[in-house]
Design a protein around this ligand. Structure first.
Ligand code: NAD
Length: 498
């Protein structure tokens, strides 16, 4: 049965006035399960108008009351982790435990936002000149929009909304068209938590909705997470229209394995980081860089582990990995693996033709490991965003660093080693935003901020954590004097000096 997936504007679900729709699929079965409404110009104007009105009173609401809503939202979210996880699995395909993990990482950001009273404290300088004091504080931007990717339909919106809202903004979420239902679940929880209507809204749609938000004069800030070409476009278009923009892009994450690493630990973690969520994570490890004689032991262990991954409908409790998001995604990665083979790479594990019993129409691909991948191959150059692990063999840590640093992406990376000296040289020398030492997915906890370098991030601010607070607010500095009655004014035509 196909359900209508609506917008959520000014506290209510609405089909809006657009007449375009798009099907939403369950990738494990290939069935269309929902019909998504796509916003038109009138829907965009409606949601921005509702958010603008709501932002004015919300910014005036005391910080204590705003934080109280965040605490209530935190409780509701914690109570609904499993239910929300199943909504994610039904449209994304990832296994339920992984979906619950994504809700958990989003919950961390809500908890960080609950501490906004501390994060928003200003600064004060007493008596900077005779009788003059200076204080600085931060105020909300107004209306901010979040444009999010399919691969984390709960976590990525929660990287943005809690911080934007607690700092006094109204928020418009434009979720991915592929798995939009979780956004409505979140909207209902915000309402139940007591958030005033219009402070959290959902606008469903495609490029038309995104362009409408990027150019609307009443939208003040844009947070984007998605692929690099769209991130670049969103950054350029949004900033040309005078908005503050942070746009997080794609990735190609390398894990370097030194010969002195614990090979079982490295293989276990690289396997999980390459194939968890079917490789559809912006922090997924897609390249293992084997240094020196690390390769022989490592590749054999990776083969063993990849072959043991249980691929199934993500709703099944013992599934390790579900399907990829679309048939197009499956076809694209099948093509790239074929090209690598033609170009002389060695196919160690080939998951291209995997069929899952009773799910013949599902978009499944099995874990795939390709050895002897070289930099000119499409399997190295492209962000595959699927369960494909490329192994590149190098002679030294310097060569590993050179490869990573000349890659256009710079989101995440990791080194597996038992040497502090190697780890230190790597963490200092690598041109990547988030680095793990014996940790394959170094996603920062919520009170640090998340962000890549190079083509993985356009804009000055990382997302959530302290950078999130800064992104969603602007600074104001007040220099004040309260002169005694009839005191000499001290005014001068010279530039004031202290
Ligand atoms: P995507 O770029 O296709 O879509 C992201 C958002 O942009 C969606 O809301 C979509 O509706 C919108 N969009 C798509 N095409 C558009 C266009 N032409 N004009 C305007 N808007 C458009 O990304 P995706 O396939 O949903 O997600 C996967 C990508 O996201 C991968 O590249 C992955 O690395 C990246 N990602 C990055 C991070 C990070 O933190 N850096 C996190 C998660 C995902």
């Amino acid at each position: 049965m196909s359900t209508t997936i609506t917008h959520f504007i000014n506290g209510a679900e609405t089909v809006g006035s657009g007449d375009r729709t798009q099907p939403v699929y369950n990738p494990a079965t290939g069935e269309a399960t929902g019909e998504l409404r796509l916003a038109n110009r009138a829907d965009i104007d409606d949601v921005v108008a509702a958010a603008k009105t709501a932002s004015e009173s919300w910014a005036e609401t005391s910080l204590t009351k705003r934080v109280a809503v965040l605490f209530k939202f935190r409780e509701l979210l914690a109570e609904n982790v499993q239910e929300l996880a199943k909504v994610v699995t039904s449209e994304h395909g990832k296994v339920v435990s992984d979906a619950a993990g994504e809700v958990g990482r989003g919950l961390e950001v809500v908890e960080y936002a609950c501490g906004a009273a501390q994060s928003l404290k200003g600064e004060y300088s007493d008596q900077v000149s005779g009788g003059i004091d200076v204080f600085s504080f931060r105020q909300p931007l107004g209306v901010v929009a979040g444009i999010t990717p399919f691969n984390f339909p709960v976590m990525v919106p929660l990287w943005m909304a809690p911080v934007a809202i607690v700092t006094g903004n109204a928020f418009i979420l434009k979720p991915s068209e592929r798995d939009p239902s979780a956004s409505l679940f979140l909207a209902r929880l915000w309402k139940e938590a007591g958030l005033p209507d219009g402070v959290f809204n959902v606008l469903q749609g495609d490029k038309e909705a995104v362009d409408g938000l990027l150019t609307h004069p009443d939208v003040d800030g844009i947070s984007f997470v998605g692929s690099t070409p769209i991130a670049r476009y969103v950054y350029e278009t949004g900033t040309q229209h005078g908005k503050r923009v942070q746009a997080l892009g794609g990735a190609k994450n390398h894990a370097v394995v030194m010969p002195d690493a614990d090979m079982d630990l490295a293989a276990d973690h690289i396997n999980a980081a390459a194939f968890g969520s079917a490789g559809q994570r912006c922090m997924a490890i897609s390249v293992a860089v084997a240094v020196g004689d690390a390769a022989e032991g490592l590749v054999a262990k990776l083969k063993e582990r990849a072959e043991a991954v249980k691929v199934a409908n993500g709703m099944e409790p013992d599934a390790d990995m579900g399907p990829v998001i679309t048939p197009q995604s499956k076809a694209r990665l099948q093509k790239i693996v074929g090209e690598a083979q033609e170009d002389g790479a060695a196919l160690v594990v080939d998951g291209r033709d995997l069929v899952v019993k009773d799910h013949e129409n599902g978009f499944f691909v099995g874990p795939t490991v390709i050895d002897h991948v070289r930099r000119e191959m499409s399997a190295y150059r492209e962000e595959i965003f699927g369960p494909v692990l490329a192994v590149v063999r190098v002679a030294s840590i310097d060569e590993a660093l050179e490869i990573i640093n000349s890659n256009p992406y710079g989101n995440g990376t990791a080194i597996f080693t038992s040497s502090g000296a190697y780890a230190r040289a790597f963490t200092r020398g690598v041109k990547v935003g988030m680095v793990g030492v014996n940790i394959p997915l170094p996603v920062p906890v919520a009170w640090h901020s998340f962000g890549g370098w190079k083509d993985s991030l356009f804009g000055d601010h990382h997302i959530y954590g302290p950078d999130g607070i800064r992104f969603y607010t602007r600074g104001k500095v007040v220099t004040q004097r309260w002169p005694e009655p009839k005191q000499a004014s001290g005014a001068s035509f010279a530039f004031p000096s202290n």
